[in-house]
Design a protein around this ligand. Structure first.
Ligand SMILES: [Zn+2]
Length: 365
């Protein structure tokens, strides 16, 4: 009988191991409201691409208001997502009283996960910065200091070479470039097109792939890789055997919406579908929880009467700012049903930790 229970125990344990996702892969569309998402699906269809988001389900209706405003910004929204707390506008990894709060990435790092972040915005933009910095979004000096101090990131891909002391003409780092400090901190450093700037270990790297933000996909400069090519290159450099928390930001959707640039937005939304398609093929869905979400909506985008499958879907903007609306939160793969039907962005961290059966000691946030 004892033996039976021992076998049963091993069997149940094995089932539990399988039940838990090995990888958490998050793809975030900055500023991507439900109408942006619909537009991306329609554009994929018209362009004979796979509608990659169709394999996802709407897991939850998600609110995103801050402590001080019904309309959030990328700083407060990303802080809610990463750190599990509602904060004030402009706050990165700090609560309303400016006390630093812990990103889920640091908790997962301690649990043995590899941590990676890829964005097509500058390294200091609010979304990537919320993962590693404890600062106000305009305090670029502190954000850079926090990036230099960061030790939990295994790989980090972003733009912003010019702010990192790289000559925009020669593309070579100046003698005072902060890239040196990042290198001394144990990171191999790559520049535009992934050419090595400072040598280091192959499994711990930072790549800065554009001078500022990456160009909109319809405005790539000669020789500039697409965002998908950057992501493919990054994936080729990481060991997929190890548990991974990967956060990919499609940050230019927000920027195109702020300037109401229809062509740039459509190009970014087509790229979004291509990235989702690629990423969901790289990782097996049996042991990967995929999440697609948006931090907020930008532009008050409406889709107007257009013939079905028209090349030219008519859109209207309502504002050049963010708006208050429920944001998409879609899941696919392992543990996709583990979220409540209604939540706030700040609840995601808690549910992720529950899915992964990670308990954080009391008093630690
Ligand atoms: Zn924005």
């Amino acid at each position: 009988m004892k033996r039976f229970f021992a076998i049963l125990f091993v069997f149940v344990s094995a089932m539990m191991l399988i039940a838990q996702p090995k990888n958490i892969v998050v793809i975030m569309g900055d500023g991507m409201g439900y109408n942006h998402l619909l537009l991306s699906e329609l554009l994929a269809e018209i362009n004979n691409l796979e509608i990659a988001t169709n394999k996802f389900q709407v897991a939850s209706l998600v609110r995103n208001e801050t402590i001080d405003n019904i309309v959030t910004d990328s700083a407060a929204a990303a802080t809610a997502f990463f750190c599990g707390q509602k904060t004030k506008l402009g706050c990165l990894g700090i609560d309303k009283d400016q006390i630093p709060i812990n990103s889920i990435a640091t908790i997962l790092k301690e649990e043995g996960y590899k941590i990676g972040l890829i964005t097509n915005t500058k390294f200091s933009d609010a979304t990537p910065a919320a993962m590693y910095a404890h600062a106000f979004r305009d305090d670029k000096k502190k954000i850079l200091e926090d990036l230099i101090e960061t030790d939990f990131l295994d790989f980090f891909v972003a733009g912003g070479l010019e702010d990192l002391g790289v000559n925009p003409f020669t593309l070579k780092p100046t003698s005072k470039s902060p890239l040196k400090k990042l290198n001394e901190n144990g990171y191999k450093i790559y520049g535009i097109n992934y050419e090595p700037l400072f040598d280091g270990p192959n499994d711990k790297f930072m790549a800065f792939v554009s001078l500022g933000h990456k160009s909109f996909e319809n405005q790539l400069i000669a020789g500039e890789p697409t965002y998908l090519e950057i992501i493919e290159k990054t994936i080729s450099k990481i060991n997929l055997e190890e548990p991974l928390f990967l956060f990919i930001e499609c940050g230019r959707i927000d920027h195109a919406s702020h300037i109401n640039d229809e062509k740039a937005l459509k190009a970014e939304l087509i790229m979004f579908q291509k990235i989702v398609n690629y990423i969901t093929r790289v990782f097996p869905s049996e042991d990967t929880l995929f999440i697609i979400f948006a931090d907020h909506e930008t532009g008050g985008l409406s889709l107007m009467s257009s013939p079905t499958k028209s090349e030219d879907i008519s859109i209207k903007w309502n504002t050049t700012d963010h708006t208050a609306t429920y944001v998409p939160f879609l899941t696919f793969g392992n543990s996709k049903d583990s979220f409540p039907k209604l939540m706030h962005l700040m609840d995601v961290k808690e549910y992720l930790l529950e899915i992964l059966e990670i308990k954080i000691p009391e008093g630690v946030h």
